[in-house]
Design a protein. Structure first.
Length: 251
């Protein structure tokens, strides 16, 4: 019998969502991992972006022990994380038209690269415009979003479209609108979000697939090792040197 404390209920909900995306998104995860492997094999660069809390999953695959060294964070000042003050400014920036285009114009991203865009709702101007603009420039786009938002909310982009409408591949996190897994009669609002857990797992599954596809092709995946194990820094130094033209978080 599962633990029916609130903590136990949350774990049950998160595990259920993880099992669901494992089964229902398996084909999309394989396709996304293969797309990134194709990009690496063809000499392209890899980028990830997310605004606000959606950035947590994007950051988790950048400069990560056990992760691909070539994954770079596409940062939007003030919109990545909650370190901007006030924190509500980050949410406001997600709704600013033109910001994504300005960021892409000043970034190293170019045709032939791949960009992972994480946005739970996929409704704000920033991720929609970023996907549209990136694809127009020849960049392959993988969107990680909850498709349910497109049927239960209105778009905040002038086109009336969502992130899912402008991607080469979409990974559906299956998170319910509102991102809260628990309710209680004595609590007036739903609580306990699981989007970070699920989205991070989805992206790590994609990274694992990418490494496997590269290895199957006889290409050693450019992986990083933990700097807290003996030899880790030396290993990473060689990877940084070999792929210096495709790593931007060290500059």
């Amino acid at each position: 019998m599962s633990d029916r404390t609130l903590a136990g209920q949350f774990f049950d909900a998160a595990i259920g969502l993880l099992q669901r995306v494992r089964d229902e998104e398996a084909e999309s995860v394989t396709a996304a991992g293969t797309l990134l492997a194709d990009t690496v094999a063809d000499g392209g660069r890899l980028f990830a972006f997310g605004a606000g809390h959606s950035s947590l999953a994007a950051q988790d695959v950048v400069y990560r022990a056990g992760g691909l060294a070539l994954m770079n964070l596409l940062a939007v000042p003030g919109a990545v994380g909650v370190d901007v003050m006030p924190a509500t400014l980050g949410s406001a920036l997600e709704r600013v038209d033109g910001l994504a285009t300005a960021v892409l114009e000043s970034s190293p991203i170019r045709s032939g690269d791949a960009l992972v865009i994480v946005s739970l709702s996929g409704r704000n101007a920033l991720p929609v415009e970023m996907a549209m603009t990136a694809r127009a420039r020849g960049v392959k786009v993988i969107g990680v979003t909850s498709v349910a938002y497109a049927t239960q909310t209105t778009s905040r982009h002038a086109s009336g479209t969502y992130l899912k409408d402008h991607c080469d591949l979409v990974l559906d996190s299956r998170i319910a609108v509102g991102d809260a897994e628990l309710t209680l009669d004595t609590v007036p609002a739903p609580f306990a979000p699981a989007s970070t857990v699920v989205t991070s797992a989805l992206l790590q599954a994609v990274m694992a697939t990418t490494a496997g596809v590269l290895a199957d092709r006889g290409i050693e995946p450019p992986l990083l090792r933990s700097g807290n194990v003996d030899g880790g820094h030396e290993w990473n130094g060689k990877v940084f040197e070999q792929y210096a033209d495709r790593i931007f978080y060290r500059r």
